[in-house]
Design a protein around this ligand. Sequence first.
Ligand SMILES: Nc1ncnc2c1ncn2[C@@H]1O[C@H](COP(=O)(O)OP(=O)(O)OP(=O)(O)O)[C@@H](O)[C@H]1O
Length: 252
Amino acid sequence: MELQVLTTRSPDLHVSLRDVEVAYRGKQVVQPTTLSLPLGITAFMGNNGEGKSSLIRVLAGVQPPSRGFLLRGGQDAHASGAARRQHHRVTGWLPQEAGLPRNVTVRELVDYAAWHKQVARRERRTASSVAIEQVDLVEQNDSRVGALSGGQRRRVALAAAIVGAPDLLLLDEPTTGLDPTQRDQLHGVLRSLPASRVVVATHLVEDVLAVADHVLFIRGGVVQAPIPMSELVPAGTDLETASRALRLGLAG
Ligand SMILES: Nc1ncnc2c1ncn2[C@@H]1O[C@H](COP(=O)(O)OP(=O)(O)OP(=O)(O)O)[C@@H](O)[C@H]1O
């Protein structure tokens, strides 16, 4: 059977931050940021504690910014419960530490995620099948999550994030804990996803080189403008020079 990618998305729900700040107990972590999220895959690159996860949570609509606005198609996505629910429906989020239940099967978990995303009942089964196929876990469909390898569990969490074909996908350190082979596999999966905008938070040069169309550096709480990878690392650049360019961007 050929599976169709289901889409419930509106034509253009562009995503932007306007004067967004994040602070915890009065301590500013992310300085006022205004940006429009480019189409394609954008790597949020910053060292530990620079605020990547905080920004991802704001974009996911699970943490309101301390100040400023997350705009979705020009509307404040945190304005009300209804606005947040609509935002969640078309947004996929892979948290840094996705604690998964171990006693359910892959299929049950992804079905549940589809229900949670308000995928219509008649479309749920197909939506789950598409997501499971996209992360290459068809053979593990009926396996218990607890019986999978760490890399496979990361892919189950990714399937739960992408089910229902969200047009905004937020992946927080998606390759953490994976070995080089699993990391390569996941890079392949990420490159094949149909979401209009994908954010990958990472501090790993190899993740950025493998998947990103744009890179956005976060340094000292300041979020820089996204840079096209084709400018930072022109075609034909050798790996060492490309890695150096990214490390320099990270260090500022
Ligand atoms: N709920 C919270 N309460 C208080 N401080 C927090 C909270 N969440 C994050 N922080 C602090 O905010 C800063 C940014 O954290 P955040 O997790 O957003 O950064 P990160 O770039 O994702 O880090 P890492 O790469 O280590 O995951 C850190 O100093 C962290 O301790």
